[in-house]
Design a protein around this ligand. Sequence first.
Ligand SMILES: [Zn+2]
Length: 213
Amino acid sequence: MQDVPDTHIETFVDACHRAAAHGLMQCSSGNMSWRLDASRFLVTASGCWMESLTPEQVSLCRTADGSLLEGRPPSVESGFHAGILQCRSDIDTVLHFQSPCATTLGCTIGAGEINYAVIPEVPVYIGAIASVPYIRPGSPELAAAVVAAMQDHDLAVLAHHGQVSAAPDLNSAIQNAVFFELACRIILHGGDKVEPLPAEAISAFQTHRAYTA
Ligand SMILES: [Zn+2]
């Protein structure tokens, strides 16, 4: 890829492999983007498997409109990757994943009402969780809804589809997805016995977030 250092591509490919190794997606599900500079981003190509992504399966796109600059056709979800990178200057990485427990909860009745704050990692690293109704995957309508939800959230649940994590760097986007999946596993396995964190504990974490942000 012209004027993109090989080390950048290698770092991105390695992060894709690590996201898949955490069980955040299977086969061709999942995609990731990473801001390269003020006007461009890298994104996984359409149809590729994150677990075995190669440098040839990385596409270079324009942030302003998501258009392809170099490489293979980008992920069908590159519209919301571009949109989030456009409106969130604090974000460099967008990860679209489909982990088992989080996706299960996203298919349940009343999914939008779930309190995910069962472990400190949720309020400390992720904050409030957005929920997006089911809209056809890959559609401009879904991209618009995801971008709107991510304007003031770092993680969104897409009903009957998967999740989106956005963070300042590759590791944080993966970490937040892994912690969110753990919270969802606790909620699913614990059932009625699961108790959310006390509200005072969460407000104390939010104060801490404000100080360290
Ligand atoms: Zn998707």
